[in-house]
Design a protein around this ligand. Structure first.
Ligand code: SAM
Ligand code: SF4
Length: 329
């Protein structure tokens, strides 16, 4: 049994989200400013450094890794990293993607050892999709979702950030789409990460309760009995195998059962999505190129910094200055 990571509040940390790039081919309005400056190359971890961090987390009890970004697929050689981490014997190995490159990448990713995919999809209307992502093309993502289904992943889930006045009217269509494609879907409340100009987050907030009401006009929703082990609360419909999840950072605080930490592509270990507490792993990695003892001890010590909870306000004020693409969503 490997050593376990435990924080001051008795929570076991066994899930790591690794950001592999801050770059992206989309510019989603809730995630990025239109005009973003990305990190210079020397500040970004190499693939070997990312794998080294992953390996050491696994030796400390990590059972689940998710690769994210930015858009993981814009990182050159991402397949090499997936292939390497795929050998670590994880219980769950997943990626979050915008789906833009899945037509060519879905099968190679699955063959390289990835278990599951989360694919972001905020609209089924090509014009709205373009206005939310600023640069994205809906048809490309829909083809990507089909390619992912054909590739035979253990699980595929769609992620939708719901915003009033932008895509809240589409909730029933998105549910029908997920039912037809037989993939799970989660609806996410927008979080105040980074300063955006396109809409007022306070006014655009669509709570999970409101989304559930919109779905219940069409389908019965029964709370799922199994524990998801994550922040999403899941429901099922009596006439479909898919699960419908709700991630509610505003209306339902999930911190008490938080089992995760994040590592940015600069090697900053973030102990909480909604707080700035962090530890610089890149400095430790680069100062100790041969042995991992210092790195492991730094990770173990960092657990003491994990805050008890996040506290997002709903008035649209920015509390966390880093954008989601830096955080690793
Ligand atoms: N590029 C990939 C994608 O879009 O799926 C992975 C990275 S993205 C930052 C991960 C997830 O975070 C996406 O599902 C996205 O919709 C979500 N996200 C980004 N900014 C957010 C925000 N401010 N509030 C809530 N979710 C957000
Ligand atoms: Fe890119 Fe994902 Fe952020 Fe959209 S949510 S801009 S796809 S990183």
């Amino acid at each position: 049994m490997p050593q376990q990571l435990t924080d001051r509040f008795g929570r076991t940390v066994n899930y790591v989200r690794l950001s592999v790039t801050d770059r992206c081919d989309f510019r989603c309005v809730y995630c990025m400013a239109e005009d973003m400056t990305f990190l210079p190359r020397q500040q970004v971890l190499t693939l070997e450094e990312i794998a080294r961090i992953a390996r050491n987390f696994v030796s400390l009890g990590t059972e689940k890794i998710r690769l994210t970004g930015g858009e993981p697929m814009v990182r050159k050689d991402i397949l090499e990293l997936v292939r390497e981490i795929g050998t670590y014997g994880l219980r769950d190995f997943a990626m979050t993607t915008n789906g833009s490159q899945l037509t060519t990448m879905a099968e190679p990713l699955r063959k390289a050892g990835l278990h599951r995919l989360n694919i972001s999809l905020d609209s089924l209307d090509a014009d709205k999709f373009r206005s939310i992502t600023r640069t994205g093309k809906l048809s490309q993502v829909l083809d990507g979702i089909d390619a992912a289904r054909e590739a035979g992943f253990r699980g595929i889930k769609l992620n939708t950030v719901v915003m009033k006045g932008r895509n809240d009217e589409e909730i029933p269509e998105l549910i029908e789409f997920a039912r037809r494609k037989q993939v799970d879907i989660s609806f996410i409340e927008e979080m105040p990460l980074g300063n955006i100009s396109e809409h007022d987050r306070g006014l655009a907030l669509c709570t999970s309760d409101e989304v559930r009401t919109a779905i219940r006009d069409h389908h019965e929703l029964v709370p799922a009995t199994e524990d998801s082990g994550g922040p999403a609360r899941y429901y099922r419909m009596p006439d479909s195998p898919i699960r419908v999840g709700f991630i509610s950072p505003h209306s339902h605080n999930f911190c008490a059962t938080c089992n995760r930490v994040r590592v940015t592509v600069e090697g900053r270990l973030l102990l909480c999505l909604g707080n700035e507490h962090s530890v610089d792993l890149r400095r430790v990695l680069r100062a100790n190129p041969v042995t991992d003892d210092k790195l492991r001890q730094t990770i173990i010590n960092a657990m003491d910094l994990k805050p008890e909870r996040h506290d997002f306000s709903t008035n649209g004020d920015v509390q966390i200055l880093r954008f989601m693409n830096m955080t690793g969503g």
